[in-house]
Design a protein around this ligand. Sequence first.
Ligand code: ADP
Ligand code: ASP
Ligand code: MG
Length: 410
Amino acid sequence: MRIMVQKFGGSSVATKERMLLVLEKVRTGLAADCKVLAVLSARTGETNNLLALASEWSDTPDPAECDVLVSTGEQVAVALFAMLLKDAGIKARSCTGGQVGIVCNDVFGKARVKQVDTQTIEALFHDHDVLVITGFQGVTKDGRITTLGRGGSDTSAVALAAAVKADICEIYTDVEGVFTTDPNVCHKARKLNRLTYNEMLEMASMGAKVLEIRSVEFAKKFNVPLVVRSTFSDAPGTLITQEDQIMEEIVVSSIAYDKDQARITLRSVRDTPGIAASIFIPLAEANIPVDMIVQNPSRDGVTDMNFTVTHKDLKRALAIMDEVCKKVGGIEMSSDADVAKITAIGVGMRNHSGVAAKLFAAFQKENINIIMISTSEIKISCIIPEKYTELAVRILHDAFGLDKGSYLEG
Ligand code: ADP
Ligand code: ASP
Ligand code: MG
C-alpha cells in the first residue's frame, strides 16, 4: 500500500472554497494510486482566537486546559473537510492525532512526539482511502490532549510520514515553496528548487516559519522526502533533501528573521564558575528554551550576560531571573521585547571567509545597530531593533545577491 501525506496549513483550509481546492490536491494523491493522510491545521486565525480566549479567562491559563481548548481549532477543520470529501463520494473520515496513535510527552503547549502507533491507521485504511487528521496535537500516554507548539501541524505530518513510511510528505501552504527569504517581506525573494535538511533546519530555527523546526528534524532523522508547495497553484515546489556537492558550493542561500525574540540582560554578574549554570538551569527546569546567549569577557571580576527567549516565555523568565538575582545579589537586570533576529544561512559558509564582514558592512550602511551576534558553521545571526527587521532582510538579500542566484564568492 502506497501512502502519501499531505499537510494543509491554516490559510489553505480557511474557507469552504479553499477546502475545495484542497480536495483537488487530495484527488491527485488518490489518482497516483496512494492512500492519503491529509493533516490539517486550524483555519487561519483560529488558534490565535482560542489562545486569546484563554487569556481572557485567566492571567495564567493552565497549560493542560489550554491544550484542550486550542486543539479544538484543528478538530473543526478536519470535521468540515471530511464532510466535503464524503459529499464528493470519497471514502474518508476524520481522526484526532490521539485516535491515530500520536503519543507525546506531557509538556503541555510544546509537547514532543514520542511514538506513533500505526496499527489504527493501517486498520482504517481497509475501509477508507483518505484519513483527515488533526495536526498540532497528540495525547500523553495517559490519554490527555496535548499540543506541539505553534506551527506544530508540520511536525504531525512529518511524524506520521516517518511512521507509515510514506512515499512523500507534501506540505501545502500559501507560498510556492521555500524562498531565499520570506517572499511576503522581500519581493525579490527567489524560490529554491532544492535545499538540504541542514539548511532548512537553520532557516526554521532562525524563524522562517514556512516549516516548523521539529518537522525538519524528523524529516532529516528518518529521511522523509519533503516537498513544500502551494495549495493555490500547480507549481512543483521545493524539495528538501540530503546534501550534495553542488549545494556545498553555495555560500549564502537564504536570509531568515524572527520577531519572536526578547532580550534579557544581567549586568554586574559575579564571574565565578557555576554562575552560568545558576542562571540557565532554573530556566531549563521551567521548560523555557533560551536562544542566543552572549557573555562578555569579565572586567574586575564581573561580567554581563545577555540571552533571548520568546515573547510568550518572557514574563516567566523574568520572574525566574528575579529569584536568581535575589540569591546571587548585585545583579542589575533589564529586558527588551522589541528586538528581532536576522540570520544569513548557507552550508558553504564553512569554507569561506568574509561573510560576516559583508553582513556587518550592509548593516553599517543603513545605520542599523547590532545588539548581539552569534555564529555557527553555517549561519550568522544578529539581534537588532525590531523596527529594522524588514529593512535588514531586504538589504542582506541584496548584499548577498540572492535575487540573482546564490552568493558564491566573498
Ligand atoms: P501555514 O499556515 O500553511 O502553515 P505559515 O504561515 O506557517 O503557513 O508559513 C508560510 C509563510 O511562511 C509564508 O506565507 C511566508 O510569509 C513565511 N515565510 C518565512 N520565510 C519564508 C521563506 N524563506 N520561504 C517561504 N516562506 C517563508
Ligand atoms: N494551528 C496551529 C498554529 O496556528 C498549528 C499549525 O497551524 O501548524 O500554530
Ligand atoms: Mg505553518
